[in-house]
Ligand binder design. Sequence first.
Ligand SMILES: *[C@@H]1O[C@H](CO)[C@@H](O)[C@H](O)[C@H]1NC(C)=O
Ligand SMILES: *[C@@H]1O[C@H](CO)[C@@H](O)[C@H](O)[C@H]1NC(C)=O
Ligand SMILES: *[C@@H]1O[C@H](CO)[C@@H](O)[C@H](O)[C@H]1NC(C)=O
Ligand SMILES: *[C@@H]1O[C@H](CO)[C@@H](O)[C@H](O)[C@H]1NC(C)=O
Ligand SMILES: *[C@@H]1O[C@H](CO)[C@@H](O)[C@H](O)[C@H]1NC(C)=O
Length: 487
Amino acid sequence: MGLFRRKANRNPSSSSSSSVPLFGVLLVVLLLTAIFLFEVDNLATQTKTIIGYNLKPTPWHDFPAKTFNNETKIARASKIIQCSYFSCGMRSQTDQIPFTRKSEKCPSYFRWIHHDLEPWYDTRISYAQLMEVKNFASFRIVIIGGKLYVEYYYDCVQSRAMFTIWGLLQLLKRYPGKIPDVDLMFDCMDKPLIERNESTTPVPIFRYCTTPNHYDIPFPDWSFWGWPEINLGPWEEEFKSIKDGSRKQRWRKKYPYAYWKGNPVVSPIREALLECNSTEQWGALIMRQNWTQEILDGFKQSKLSTQCNYRYKIYAEGYAWSVSLKYILSCGCVPLIINPNYDDFFSRGLVPKKTYLPISPENICPSIKTAVEWGNAHPKKAEAIGKSIQDFMESLNMDRIYDYMYHLIVEYAKLLDFEPVRPVSALEECVDSLYCFADQNQTQFLARSATLPSESPPCRLPGEANRQIDRQIEEKKKIIDSTQLLM
Ligand SMILES: *[C@@H]1O[C@H](CO)[C@@H](O)[C@H](O)[C@H]1NC(C)=O
Ligand SMILES: *[C@@H]1O[C@H](CO)[C@@H](O)[C@H](O)[C@H]1NC(C)=O
Ligand SMILES: *[C@@H]1O[C@H](CO)[C@@H](O)[C@H](O)[C@H]1NC(C)=O
Ligand SMILES: *[C@@H]1O[C@H](CO)[C@@H](O)[C@H](O)[C@H]1NC(C)=O
Ligand SMILES: *[C@@H]1O[C@H](CO)[C@@H](O)[C@H](O)[C@H]1NC(C)=O
């Protein structure tokens, strides 16, 4: 940013140059131009951006660095400077808009917000703790007066950073004037990193999933706004199309076995699942998803809405939690969930035997077989499980997702023991700066998930009941441990 300040300072002195010979003037102009170009180049090669310019992949989860060799150096520099520094300036302050509708009660799993933040109830969150957890963050989000600033540390795979930050910008648009000033660290990669143990002081970091053994705070993942690389639309569109697809076949007409389709190489559980591929022996059909081939075929074979013609759908974790969970749960089929290690923000609302059937990870194939046989012998009960989980997913609409973000950020902000200020090296991001950086496909996906100011206030957050949640965790564990006996 120094460039523009210095450039501006030079202007007043140029009026005294009339007595200098012509070549002197030319020399000065050339020199200034050279300095200017040098500074522009300097700025362009130092400015870190939402699409990964001048950023390295996260060291804790390596992936191939993005290449931008399709652009000329000048085109790149002008894009970086225009998008980063000249996209957000002209906005007028957004005022609060009066609500025309009453608020609803939040779903009960919103209580987990208190549980996730409990480690800081007594100590609160200090600036020093944030700086400590910065070593695990890919970016830092600072919201001041409804404006969003981002400090980038590492690049995120694909367009995760763009769609995550887009979600936050939509939240600001949805509840203008209602989002408190806040300062938080975010990691966009898969695995929780901050272990809960005696020797560590808790430090807060936001990511897409957590486990009972980690302090990491779960936050809705980018795919709720879209995942252009695999042609996944915004959640609202996908849910509707999956639900419509699920109605094409009545329960009794659906294939009486379990279905899974995905990329098996990312986790041992998925590799093990390949062993169960026999509708006769295990009641399961296991299909390999080849994304390279799907991309070549224009995603014709990966349409989620055509994958609901089975009575049972298997969920197996990938490298960590998997984005696929929400689509599997939307089918109105009985979810067979191989006992997961990771939770996202909403999966903690699932209840074994009510909204899904747990599958033992040590005994996958026989466990699937038992579940499928039970369901085929109790079609009414099985269909009811499918219906109840589809209803659960329907209630997880975008309104609720913004509400979850809202309440989490509000409760988190209350715990900060310092006043958030804009970091010197943070850049403002706004809808226009994202559109500026987005390629054609990304632009379309962003536009499809744009929101409007909410007509009602955020849903009403249930009170803290952390001991009750602890008991629920114990009960859930007991049910899962005795899974196969209960059916
Ligand atoms: C990058 O490549 C695509 C197709 O390969 C082309 O359409 C586009 O114009 C290229 N962009 C630049 C800046 O050269
Ligand atoms: C405690 O957590 C830290 C940080 O996640 C980790 O490095 C360390 O190995 C853990 N210690 C134990 C005893 O589990
Ligand atoms: C599973 O079996 C089906 C039918 O027998 C087959 O089409 C499919 O390719 C198999 N899946 C895998 C991963 O081998
Ligand atoms: C996936 O599809 C691509 C393109 O058809 C092919 O080259 C590749 O070998 C396939 N990978 C697997 C694991 O089958
Ligand atoms: C946009 O999506 C289309 C269709 O999926 C694909 O062929 C094309 O390469 C994508 N373009 C970019 C710039 O990613």
